[in-house]
Design a protein around this ligand. Sequence first.
Ligand SMILES: Nc1ncnc2c1ncn2[C@@H]1O[C@H](COP(=O)(O)OP(=O)(O)OP(=O)(O)O)[C@@H](O)[C@H]1O
Length: 270
Amino acid sequence: MIPAIAEPQSTPLEAGEIYGRFTGVRKVFGKQEGAMVALSDVDYELRTGELVALLGPSGCGKTTLLRMVAGLTKPSGGSIVIRGREVTEPQDDFGFVFQSPNLLPWRTVLSNVLFPMEIKGRLDAAAKVRAIELLEHVGLGKFLKSRPHELSGGMKQRVALCRALIHSPSLILMDEPFGALDELTRMEMHELLLDIRRLTGATVMFVTHSISEAVYLADEVLVFSARPGRVSDRIRIDLPYPREAALRYTAGFREYERRAGAGLGVLHHA
Ligand SMILES: Nc1ncnc2c1ncn2[C@@H]1O[C@H](COP(=O)(O)OP(=O)(O)OP(=O)(O)O)[C@@H](O)[C@H]1O
């Protein structure tokens, strides 16, 4: 049986095609003398099915960029085109995962995952089947009726991931989703995310402060400079998938980490 997790997206996309195009994207908060440039001159082509990591110091505009992709806030200049259409209003075809799982404490695990379908008026038998299969896939099949307070941090974040995937979005936006987890749980979540990406073919934009997390997960790492955020380096990670934990200790991996670290300015030049 094909697991529901791999349910096709509403309009199939060809891997490698342009999924999103960012042209001169700029974001300014405030007006006149109080204006603050959060993000400037972002030009990028996001390819279908790729995982791009946005790596940069605090306050460089990474979250703001995700919010603009989702249509939750508008660029002050430039444009973001997703699947051929300029983003001018809130989008539907994405799942968002935040650092905090933000589960509703009075609801069970299953009904937390189904919550977006309830909001969309699409809570039917197929949605329930999909939610259960997603939860089984992430190892929570025995916790469908549990409440969030009965789960560990990693388990809660698995629920949040299932909730983001419940409507089969073609794009997953992740804002430091594993930032609050311990190292071992975080590594498990990396495997889970890569597995889900492989099964769904979803495109992923992943915000992180962690150099090694960015290199391990991504097809491409965009390194941002401090505010105003600009893309200071773009690093193609030519390491094959599936990636395995041992990869983290190879010379090739370390060299990518070194380059990303240099882009962030954390290495002192001799
Ligand atoms: N709604 C807003 N109004 C005013 N300023 C904002 C708003 N949202 C974000 N900012 C400012 O824009 C800048 C970029 O914020 P953003 O949250 O995008 O950065 P970030 O790179 O995601 O940071 P972090 O890694 O700490 O989460 C910050 O200086 C922030 O204070």
